[in-house]
Design a protein around this ligand. Structure first.
Ligand code: ADP
Length: 258
């Protein structure tokens, strides 16, 4: 990849502790514009914490994260890093789309309102414009016929597809998918992964995919990151990671899925 291309996400020397327990140790990680990066690794290895830092749901203990050239927790003033105010964080957050394991749809709103709420409130779009775009996104995820339903009337897979549409209408620079199929019944996993694959194929949005689905990671990712014990142990293109793992830890992790 061309080194001159600026990363859309940069983690630099990111460490994170919960109390006395350091769970991430000086992580460097880059995501290029449009790049699809999958994070795999054993339970407790730090995958979700890496994602939550980018989603601004956790603050690093040390290190910095930049999204589209802007610092998340700090801003640059006269060449120095100073702590950012909520306004700055709010602005940078607008570049980051988030889809969670547990959908987090607004239960009292129709599907249409779930998808149009942020474009109207945050982006200041008119109701008509927001609804047109929401309908196009709902079509993309195969749910345009559910616009007037409420979340409780949908299956888990359908709810997750709404959550994806809701993130997409904000046109983020990067989307974080945090174990989005882990809470689904097995028969519903495929439809959600297919939607994500379709979006990935369209190309220009960067994605960070935290996943236990190895076939999916192989198929969709440009780069796979293997974490263990709070370190990035190995990273590379899927062929290299899955077919030619170097470290014992990755070899043993992958052998469990064969
Ligand atoms: P993974 O996603 O790979 O399963 P996590 O990022 O969820 O790993 O967790 C990494 C480590 O951090 C684990 O030891 C976990 O118990 C710990 N951890 C995560 N969140 C918290 C928290 N809010 N408080 C205390 N420990 C946490």
């Amino acid at each position: 990849m061309n080194e001159a291309v600026k990363s859309v996400v940069e983690y630099r020397e990111i460490s994170k502790s919960f109390g006395d327990l350091e769970v991430l140790h000086s992580i460097d990680l880059d995501i290029r514009p449009g790049e699809k990066v999958a994070i795999i690794g054993p339970s407790g290895s730090g995958k979700t914490t890496l994602g939550r830092l980018l989603m601004t749901l956790e603050e690093p203990t040390s290190g910095t994260i930049k999204v589209d050239g802007e610092y998340l927790w700090h801003k640059e003033v006269g060449g120095k890093l100073v702590r950012a105010d909520e306004k700055h964080l709010h602005k940078v957050r607008g570049s980051i789309g988030m889809v969670f394991q547990h959908f987090n749809l607004f239960p009292h709103m129709t599907i249409m309102r779930n998808v149009t709420e942020a474009p109207i409130r945050v982006l200041g779009k008119s109701k008509k414009e927001a609804e047109q775009e929401a309908m196009a996104m709902l079509e993309k995820v195969g749910l345009s016929d559910k616009a007037d339903n409420y979340p409780s009337q949908l299956s888990g897979g359908q709810k997750q597809r709404v959550a994806i549409a809701r993130a997409l209408v904000m046109h983020p620079k990067v989307m974080v998918f945090d174990e989005v199929t882990s809470a689904l019944d097995p028969e519903l996993v495929g439809e959600v992964l297919e939607v994500i694959k379709d979006i990935a194929r369209e190309g220009d949005m960067a994605m960070l995919l935290i996943t236990h689905e190895m076939d999916f990671a192989y198929e969709v990712a440009d780069k796979v990151i293997f974490t263990d014990g709070g370190y990035i142990v190995e990273q590379g293109p899927p062929q290299q990671i899955f077919e030619n793992p170097e470290s014992d830890r990755l070899q043993s992790f992958i052998s469990r899925f064969r």
